[in-house]
Design a protein around this ligand. Structure first.
Ligand code: ADP
Ligand code: MG
Length: 265
């Protein structure tokens, strides 16, 4: 059965999309069958993997509306991950869901038919705590929360962890917090180190190894690939390989347990 991982933070620009694409590419190179789902109407994941949302035939919006199943909307990317693309129509599709019964389980139901054909399914959430993000959390086995180690930038994390705890209690008892993922981390910055220390003390969830700040991350999406393809031996790529390998170890050998959802201290 595929593991479903939601990558979520209602703050934009914290490297959710970069993390989904880079982890996905790293898992493919480790021999896993990987599906990525773009749940952001801004379609950054779709764009960054070299696919133009304006020309795709079907997208996650059609799946959410119940018009096609996931396998019909699925595309293969150049690095070997499958992708359910998103388009701007997803905004309207999310609004249409609001009055629907069982509206939090649309993504889960969509994924069910493909769970056995993938090892890992990564869900790239939009920068909101809206219905699609709730759908992602209701569908996920675990959640990774990328955050930037800058003052004030992790202010929303407590609220997100509260939401994760609510989803765990009300919708999805399987859901675990795999960890906070510090991104764009500059270990030479005293400030970044201080914020990382504060994050580790403040939230009762694991903190994964930081991803270093690097301009290579900005370059890769412009050619429709990830840093894993463009600069596989860069510090940024190695950091994502390390996270991917840590997850694999945890799943295979039951290594460090993901924390159950917890409220912030
Ligand atoms: P989100 O999905 O949370 O909005 P993105 O993944 O789109 O965030 O990243 C926001 C911007 O930061 C992008 O331009 C991306 O290339 C850049 N970025 C991501 N990770 C890093 C990093 N480790 N170092 C430098 N820039 C990064
Ligand atoms: Mg994004």
């Amino acid at each position: 059965m595929g593991r479903v991982i939601a990558v979520a933070n209602q703050k934009g620009g914290v490297a959710k999309t970069t993390s989904v694409a880079s982890l996905g590419a790293a898992f493919v190179l480790r021999g896993l069958r990987v599906l990525l789902v773009d749940l952001d109407p801004q379609s950054s994941l779709t764009f960054s993997l070299g696919i133009d949302p304006d020309v795709v035939e079907y997208s996650i919006s059609d799946v959410v509306r119940g018009e096609v199943d996931l396998t019909t909307a699925r595309l293969r990317t150049s690095e070997g991950m499958d992708l359910i693309p998103s388009t701007i129509d997803l905004l309207a599709a999310e609004a249409m869901l609001l009055p629907a019964p069982q509206r939090e389980f649309v993504v889960r139901r969509g994924l069910e038919e493909v769970l056995s054909t993938y090892d890992v399914i990564l869900l790239d959430c939009s920068p909101s705590l809206g219905l699609l993000t709730l759908n992602a959390l209701a569908a996920a086995d675990e959640v990774i929360v990328p955050l930037q180690c800058e003052m004030l930038s992790h202010r929303g994390v407590g609220q997100l962890l509260d939401t994760v705890a609510d989803v765990h209690r009300l919708l999805n008892p399987r859901l675990r917090v795999r960890g906070l993922l510090p991104t764009m981390y500059d270990k030479r910055s005293v400030h970044a180190r201080a914020v990382l220390g504060d994050v580790k003390r403040r939230y009762r969830v694991p903190v994964l190894n930081p991803i270093p700040r690097s301009v290579k991350f900005a370059e890769a999406p412009s050619v429709g690939t990830t840093i894993i393809a463009t600069s596989p031996s860069s510090s940024g790529a190695r950091a994502y390989f390390r996270i991917a390998d840590g997850l694999l170890r945890a799943w295979r050998f039951g290594g460090r347990k993901a924390a159950p959802p917890a409220a912030p201290r």
